[in-house]
Design a protein around this ligand. Structure first.
Ligand SMILES: [Zn+2]
Length: 131
């Protein structure tokens, strides 16, 4: 473990805080979806189209909040197992600076960059060029 207990408890506080924030956002998005639904029930066709779009955005934001909550939970669980700050891909330590910036990071910088490049490659290369 390359983190001292002060660093870890500070990061734990931040994780718990991030979880609260994401949960609060999620509740708000869900609430707004209900309101949008009620609004749409009485709206005309134009409202409906705008409503669909708004609902799509709200759902995307909710998904993001759900993902954040999941990542935070994973990080807190890892903390309890004394595995926090360890890259899940290469088992190397994740730098303190990176964890300070992204407390729920589960990849070290090198692995994260590699994954990002991989995702970008998959996204940009047309299927017929892949082999
Ligand atoms: Zn790694």
């Amino acid at each position: 473990m390359h983190l001292d207990s002060a660093q870890r408890s500070r990061l734990r506080v931040r994780l718990v805080h991030l979880r609260h924030e994401a949960q609060r956002l999620l509740d708000r998005h869900r609430e707004s979806l209900v309101v949008q639904g009620e609004h749409r029930a009485v709206g005309d066709d134009t409202d409906e189209m705008q409503g669909e779009e708004l609902a799509g955005t709200t759902i995307a934001l909710s998904d993001q909040a759900v993902r954040t909550i999941k990542k935070v939970d994973d990080a807190l669980r890892a903390m309890n197992r004394e595995e926090y700050g360890v890259c899940t891909a290469c088992n190397g330590p994740i730098s303190v600076q990176r964890l300070e910036a992204l407390p729920f990071a589960n990849l070290c910088l090198a692995c994260a960059e590699e994954e990002e490049a991989e995702t970008a490659r998959r996204r940009h290369v047309p299927v017929y060029q892949q082999s």
